[in-house]
Ligand binder design. Structure first.
Ligand SMILES: Cc1ncc(C[n+]2csc(CCOP(=O)(O)OP(=O)(O)O)c2C)c(N)n1
Ligand SMILES: CC(=O)[C@@H](O)[C@H](O)COP(=O)(O)O
Ligand SMILES: [Mg+2]
Length: 621
């Protein structure tokens, strides 16, 4: 790592002779494989942007110029080149974030890991710089081909393309993959552009040859360039970007560092918005990643760098329960169809897709489209199941409210990674969904406490055809089965040590039902009468919960969601509306953005362990 150790800033990188850049790239790849094999992380995306990121930091002057990375999972090389070499605690508490972090560096801007936002950020930064008299500062947005399938990206392009003096460079990092191969018309269009790759080499040859031809050489090169443009338009119409008014440069071999530098310098000097189309390979330089058909080591756990094989084989996860039951439902219900936003495998729809390939729609990173398309599918007599990570539903709230719920569309939403996820940082925690969905008229939300409840809730949900149903569960290993002692209406009683009247009613929500039961039993052991329940369908608050509260002196609600506007808040409102004057103590996530750490570390820091709940709750009884 002789060279990499010397790169403590972009200035040091710029000072490196070009001849040493291939060696530096090699050292960076070795570093990434070695270090990420110990911590886990987004290895594939970062192996693909080594030369691109080197070229970016050699052509532009960060932080005077601004580099924005879309989604931000591919910013490890950027971190290395801006002096952050300690990856030993990557994505862990106190260590480097897995995404850009303003607290870490002046070179980092966008911390949001939700895709398709970079171009909007860049549009605003560039226009703000120009208004403040700093038009000499360039803004560069690096966006993947996957993120480019998100609607926001096109809203931004629509605005950028018409601003002919905007010093903004869009770099499309086209590796033909999101997790899986990128889908849709845009992907096809990028593919036609890729086929013109030969033209770049042809043009470069022409430029070098003609440059040596005195006098007529330059004119001939311009003619050649015009010919190339014409042929390219015939063979690979790049009209889309240029018809929108964007200057298009490329396609450029994203692993030829000097070619990328040349293209970026041209873009930098162009004097207006330019799109540079860079062709890269996800997992470049590490064969196990390249060979990984599922997602080319998009996001990996710890692995053996020699073999690429994982050290940790995960147990049965919540997603597996959904995956399997969906296949069974697909057999029984030909009207059930499924939608994913470029995450077929991560959300557990691969089983259903294998069995019923015509009934799965991968819409790209386009959650808003997915939700409204599902409303259309429901109108056409289908029962759609939309599977997304909980945090990404935020993006499609209006579609949920005004396309799905307003029209009473029977759509089922599966929110995976609900609650604290932790290591992917603030924007990846699924902590807002029950707050958002609690205000949607006609929506019913289930929070299963174990695998059996996931299956039951899913079966019940697909039978609802007059409004949206939501099932949410966390990341990781599914909870051990938690049996009820009896059922009251639709509510499962998990523990009770008294008759009807109790000192305390504890409502455990979803995966926190076990935590609630543990805390309730501890309080019961201290002499209190306690009942712990799991409502299963937690929104809207059921009459059964209200009537149970009438027989309690106090209520506690424990949820893996914001306290603000969550189930606890909904219970409080329901009790007030029913005239039940009983104190409700809400336990969950505070309304703030949470630093990356493990789920367990964050839950403990938030007081969401049984002992901490007991310690806080008992004095209030
Ligand atoms: C709104 C949103 N939906 C889904 C995701 C999950 N996600 C993270 S990276 C990724 C694929 C991104 O593909 P691309 O932009 O091509 O970047 P690459 O990994 O290929 O470099 C997805 C779907 C996300 N971060 N944001
Ligand atoms: C960057 C991104 O949004 C995803 O790749 C995210 O890292 C998914 O993480 P898990 O699938 O491991 O929850
Ligand atoms: Mg990609």
């Amino acid at each position: 790592m002789a060279l990499l150790e010397t790169i403590t800033s972009p200035a040091a990188l710029k000072a490196l002779p070009a001849a040493q850049l291939p060696a530096l790239a090699e050292e960076i790849r070795t570093f990434l494989v070695t270090e990420v094999s110990k911590t886990g992380g987004h290895l594939g995306p970062n192996l693909g942007v080594v030369e691109l990121t080197i070229a970016l930091h050699r052509v532009f002057d960060s932080p005077k110029d601004t580099l924005v990375f879309d989604t931000g999972h591919q910013a490890y090389v950027h971190k290395l080149l801006t002096g952050r070499h300690d990856f030993s605690r990557l994505k862990k508490q106190g260590g480097l974030s897995g995404y850009p972090s303003r607290a870490e560096s002046e070179h980092d801007v966008v911390e949001n890991s939700h895709a398709s936002t970079a171009l909007s950020w860049a549009d605003g930064i560039a226009k703000g710089r120009r208004l403040s008299g700093e038009a000499d500062r360039h803004t560069v947005a690096v966006i993947g081909d996957g993120a480019l399938t998100g609607g926001m990206a096109w809203e931004a392009i629509n605005n950028i393309a018409v601003d002919k003096t905007l010093p903004l460079v869009i770099v499309v990092n086209d590796n033909e993959r999101s997790y899986a191969p990128t889908i849709g018309g845009l992907a096809d269009h990028l593919a036609t552009l890729r086929t013109t790759r030969g033209y770049e080499r042809f043009l470069d040859w022409g430029k070098r040859s003609l440059a040596r031809t005195p006098v007529v050489g330059g004119a001939m090169f311009e003619t050649l360039h015009g010919v190339k443009k014409g042929i390219k338009d015939i063979v690979a119409p790049q009209g889309m970007f240029e018809d929108l008014g964007l200057k298009y440069l490329g396609p450029v071999d994203g692993h030829d560092e000097q070619a990328v530098e040349r293209a970026l310098r041209n873009a930098k000097d162009f004097g207006g918005p330019v799109l540079v189309h860079v062709i890269t390979q996800k997992g470049r330089g590490y064969q196990p990643a390249i060979d990984d058909e599922a997602d080319q080591f998009h996001g990996v756990g710890k692995f053996n760098p020699e073999t690429g094989l994982p050290f940790e084989v995960s147990g049965r996860i919540w997603t597996d329960e959904f995956n399997e039951e969906m296949v069974a439902i697909g057999r029984d219900r030909p009207d059930v169809v499924a939608l994913t936003a470029a995450m077929l495998i991560p959300v557990g729809l691969d089983g259903f897709a294998a069995a019923y390939p015509d009934r799965v729609f991968d819409v790209g990173i386009a959650e808003q489209h997915a939700v409204t398309m599902a409303s259309g599918l429901a109108y056409a007599g289908m029962h759609p199941v939309v599977a997304v990570y909980a945090t990404f539903l935020n993006r499609a709230f209006d579609q949920l409210l005004m396309d799905c719920a307003l029209h009473k569309a029977g759509v089922t939403f599966i929110l995976d990674r609900a609650g604290i996820t932790g290591s992917d940082g603030a924007s990846h925690n699924g902590m807002w969904d029950m707050t958002l969905t609690s205000i949607v008229p006609g929506l019913r939300l289930a929070a299963p406490r174990d695998g059996e409840q996931v299956r039951k809730a899913l079966r019940e949900a697909v039978d609802v055809s007059d409004g949206p149903t939501v099932i949410r569960f966390p990341k990781g290993d599914v909870s051990d089965p938690l049996d009820s002692v009896r059922r009251i209406g639709d509510v499962d009683v998990l523990f009770e040590n008294a008759g009807e009247d109790v000192d305390l009613l504890v409502v455990g929500v979803g995966a926190f039902a076990g935590l609630a039961a543990e805390a309730g039993e501890k309080i019961a052991a201290h002499g209190r009468s306690v009942r712990v329940v799991d409502p299963r369908w937690v929104l809207p608050v059921s009459d059964d919960v209200v009537s149970l509260a009438r027989s309690a002196k106090a209520v506690a609600v424990v949820e893996d969601n914001l306290v603000s506007g969550g189930v606890g808040a909904a219970v409080t409102l329901a009790l007030r509306e029913a005239g039940v004057d009983v104190p409700v103590h809400g336990y969950g996530i505070p309304k703030r953005f949470l630093e990356h750490a493990s789920r367990g570390q964050i839950l403990e820091a938030l007081g969401l362990t049984a002992d901490q709940l007991v310690a806080d709750l008992e004095p209030k009884l």
